[in-house]
Write a protein that binds this ligand. Structure first.
Ligand code: HEC
Ligand code: HEC
Ligand code: HEC
Length: 470
């Protein structure tokens, strides 16, 4: 008896480190999901975490790195401290700087314990011994080595998150996730002239890749003030909240890769923290985007005959320009003639829908252009894409048709005719809203050089004149 207890004891001692390591890896995997590393580090169709995902930025194209433990092409030789510096400060072991397409300004909040878990997880995933197929190509002057050092000095490299004594433990946990790993702010906070998040308007909403990441502040009208806890939880885990909104585009990816895996406690913590984010009201908004319930179905006596669903179901004539007709053939089968959606909510109502009632029409237009393909905790949602070149199963809509159907949808189920034109739709899709400073950086750089040159010449001239007069 005594011997066997001893043997058991010995076994446990030797097994403890292995168990602890497994726990660390499991926790690291959870954190990697919370941080959504795969969204950026796994290219479409590419190997897990092997990089190669292109980011079209106003300063050029940035390619995500291979972060598998490959010695030559990945981070296989990195120490934990080097890994921590890349994540939190944006600095590689050789001292070169990452571009903030990698959200290190947010990840600066990650605690040492969580860094250790992430490191343990990444060191044991399958190494991929290949460089990403494409290389980063930045425009001048952003490709000057060290160009990012000044930016980092201004905007990055804070200390890991420390609990705010004003907040409860639950709110602090939420703040840690929202500001850090889950980097909600990267998409939902507007950016300043230098492309850094403008934290005076924290989570107040901004455009991202043609979509619009709405206001998440506690404001009753513009933000989440009137969403229930259950609605926020459903949106984050499933990607939709009945009577409020559905997640498409980049938010659908965040739900699919990341948020659906978070525990109920972490989702509740995020919600509890969002309640504390200072309210910011969008100018001129007097009712919430989701609050419109009027539905004005088309008056079919006013519409030219032909091209109604009963004549040619699913058929979209290239020259069809009437919004009501387009809605009838392209949308009504799922969303209903009066925009009421399907009874079980699989096809959501367009009345009382934040994408339709918002003063910003990006999400309505982008949902029509790209469709929705998303798997959340409660299943998969699919809406076909109607944009040209995106649609595989049926006729595409050209930009003026997308404008016409959007105008019909906002007029009938939203706050009134959006008045969009085909050109507005192209602008939304092009999504090139670089801050003025970034767009003009090249000119400004040379203007700066020229100015510096003029100053130097003036100084020399002044010195020479002085010398002569002395
Ligand atoms: C929003 C996109 C995005 C997310 C999310 C993201 N990364 Fe990155 N990451 C990038 C890009 C882009 C680069 C390359 C930046 C450059 O070349 O300057 C990068 C670079 C890195 C590097 C430096 C590797 C090297 O040698 O270049 C590491 C390490 C890294 N990421 C780890 C992570 C981890 C771990 C996570 C999740 C916790 C993560 N990243 C999440 C976009 C992202
Ligand atoms: C990669 C960019 C991105 C990230 C990261 C992101 N979001 Fe979003 N979010 C969006 C976009 C875009 C939308 C609009 C989606 C749509 O309407 O189809 C959105 C919509 C939402 C909505 C619905 C709001 C409304 O009024 O309709 C909520 C709530 C939300 N996000 C919460 C969060 C939270 C909390 C986080 C962090 C845990 C987060 N998001 C991270 C881009 C992002
Ligand atoms: C085959 C069915 C189907 C068709 C056809 C369809 N939709 Fe959808 N639509 C969906 C589904 C499914 C969702 C997402 C539901 C969810 O997230 O739970 C959706 C979501 C939406 C949203 C919310 C998007 C967001 O990101 O917030 C809008 C707006 C919308 N549809 C408008 C339209 C319009 C306009 C048309 C016609 C041009 C159309 N839909 C055609 C099924 C469809």
């Amino acid at each position: 008896m005594r011997v066997s207890t001893f043997a058991l004891g010995a076994l446990m001692v030797s097994a403890v480190p292995a168990f602890a390591q497994d726990d660390l890896v499991t926790r690291g995997e959870y954190l990697a999901r919370a941080g959504d590393c795969t969204a950026c580090h796994t290219a479409t169709g590419g190997a897990y975490m092997a990089g190669g995902y292109p980011f079209e930025m106003p300063m050029g194209t940035i390619i995500s790195s291979n972060i598998t433990p490959s010695d030559q092409y990945g981070i296989g030789k990195w120490t934990e401290a080097e890994f921590a510096d890349a994540l939190r400060k944006g600095v590689r072991p050789d001292g070169s700087r990452l571009y903030p397409a990698m959200p290190y300004p947010s990840y600066a909040n990650i605690t040492d314990e969580d860094i250790a878990a992430l490191y343990a997880y990444f060191m044991q995933i399958d190494p991929v011994d290949a460089a990403p197929k494409v290389e980063t190509a930045l425009d001048f002057p952003f490709n000057i080595p060290g160009a990012m050092a000044a930016w980092d000095l201004l905007f990055a490299g804070g200390d890991p998150y420390t609990a705010d004594p004003e907040l409860t433990d639950q709110q602090n946990r939420g703040a840690y996730l929202v500001k850090g790993l889950a980097h909600c702010s990267t998409c939902h906070t507007p950016r300043n002239q230098l492309m850094a998040t403008d934290n005076t308007r924290f989570l107040a909403g901004t455009a991202v890749e043609g979509w619009y990441a709405p206001n998440l502040t506690s404001d009753d009208i513009s933000g989440l003030g009137q969403w229930s806890d259950a609605e926020i939880a459903s949106y984050l885990q499933n990607g939709h909240a009945m009577g409020k909104a559905q997640a498409g585009g980049p938010m659908a990816d965040a739900v699919q890769n990341s948020l659906q895996y978070l525990t109920d406690q972490d989702i509740a913590a995020i919600t509890a923290y969002l309640r504390t984010v200072p309210a910011i009201r969008d100018q001129g908004q007097d009712t919430p985007a989701w609050s419109v319930t009027k539905a004005t179905p088309a008056d079919w006596t006013q519409i030219e005959p032909g091209m109604v669903a009963s004549d040619q179901p699913g058929y979209i004539a290239a020259d069809m320009t009437d919004g009501a007709q387009l809605y009838n053939v392209a949308c009504a089968a799922c969303h209903g003639m009066t925009g009421q959606g399907s009874e079980d909510g699989t096809f959501p109502p367009l009345t009382g829908n934040s994408a339709v009632g918002s003063a910003n029409h990006n999400n309505l237009v982008m949902a029509i252009v790209q469709g929705i393909h998303r798997t959340g905790a409660d299943g998969t949602a699919v809406m076909p894409a109607f944009g040209e070149g995106q649609s595989m199963i049926h006729g595409a809509l050209d930009n003026s048709q997308i404008a016409a159907v959007s105008n019909y949808v906002t007029a009938s189920f939203g706050k009134g005719d959006a008045g969009l034109t085909g050109d507005d739709v192209s602008d939304i899709m092009a999504a090139d809203s670089a801050p003025w400073l970034i767009e003009h950086a090249k000119v400004l750089f040379w203007a700066g050089v020229a100015l510096a040159g003029i100053v130097v010449i003036a100084l020399i001239a002044w010195a020479l004149r002085r010398k002569r007069t002395v």
